[in-house]
Design a binder for this molecule. Structure first.
Ligand SMILES: [Mn+2]
Length: 291
């Protein structure tokens, strides 16, 4: 198994200078850095910048994965065909860029949009039908680029299409692509699943990507998640993918506002303290999971 961390742990905005963080995460003990696709229209908008980023990752022995929350204007399940078209155009633009970086996994609420706006209409049945139909089309591009799309199961406050692993399995079965898989996140599972380890076992070889975090999104080891049981379930299914911690502990900026972090979860937060906690957390999960 590969151990990673999401870059937005350190930043207030989704796009960042990843070349600064790649050597850092290597030094802290990680195999993987997860980056946001928002950067592909900002810091890494050109192929030249993308090649530089890939070289930096290669030089440091770091594997990249990607995450994304599509905006309301690029929503694959929308009844508005223009909005669906914008989503398809966006994904068709970014998937070859991910391929250029040898990124094999893109995870998130890719079937809909994020953050959820509860004032927007939600028709779970019809939205799901549209998402399945459009995800089938998108899966052809993903297959061509050899990027697996992780359908992230989100909690009820952030998504309505799939809140449990079981719902995600039904969705990916309906899509029927080798490159569309289930993605689980302990933070969301803690709200929705009866039993997190059972949900991981239910996903089995359909689990394509995994996010780790405590119930308040601090780094693993600082809260009360059943890490032993989670590790046992991952060993039971012989999970070979990446386990990427996704801590959010700082208020402020777009990240703080969209994640709804209204207080610093680490007192007197500094980069040194964030680094220390990340290093401790990856040591902790490597030890507890034992794979
Ligand atoms: Mn997540």
């Amino acid at each position: 198994m590969l151990y990673g961390i999401y870059n937005a742990y350190w930043t207030h905005e989704w796009s960042a200078n990843y070349e600064y963080y790649i050597p850092k995460v290597k030094k802290l003990g990680f195999d993987v850095l997860e980056i946001s696709c928002a950067a592909l229209t900002r810091h890494y908008a050109t192929d030249e910048k993308i090649r530089d980023l890939k070289k930096c990752a290669d030089d440091n022995g770091i594997i990249l994965t990607a995450g994304y929350g599509p905006t309301k204007e690029q929503n694959l399940c929308s009844p508005d065909e223009e909005v669906v078209k914008k989503a398809m155009t966006f994904f068709e633009m970014i998937l070859p860029k991910l391929q250029m970086m040898d990124i094999k996994v893109l995870g998130g609420g890719l079937y809909s949009y994020w953050p959820l706006d509860p004032t927007m209409p939600m028709d779970k049945e019809k939205d799901t039908e549209r998402a399945i139909k459009n995800m089938r089309k998108l899966s052809k591009v993903a297959e061509d680029c050899d990027v697996t799309l992780g359908m992230e199961v989100l909690n009820r406050y952030e998504g309505y299409m799939m809140n449990t692993c079981e719902e995600a399995l039904q969705f990916i079965d309906a899509v029927g692509s080798s490159h569309v898989k289930v993605m689980l996140d302990t933070f969301h599972m803690n709200i929705e699943e009866d039993n997190m380890a059972a949900a991981i076992r239910l996903a089995g070889d359909k689990l394509g990507h995994l996010h780790l975090g405590e119930q308040n999104r601090r780094v693993p080891g600082k809260g009360s998640m059943p890490w032993q049981e989670i590790g046992q379930a991952l060993r039971d299914i012989n999970y070979q993918g990446a386990a990427v911690m996704e801590p959010f502990v700082m208020k402020g900026g777009t990240v703080g506002s969209e994640i709804k972090v209204w207080r610093d979860l680490v007192p007197d937060v500094t980069e040194e303290i964030l680094d220390r906690d990340a290093k401790g957390a990856v040591e902790f999960v490597r030890h507890v999971f034992g794979i």
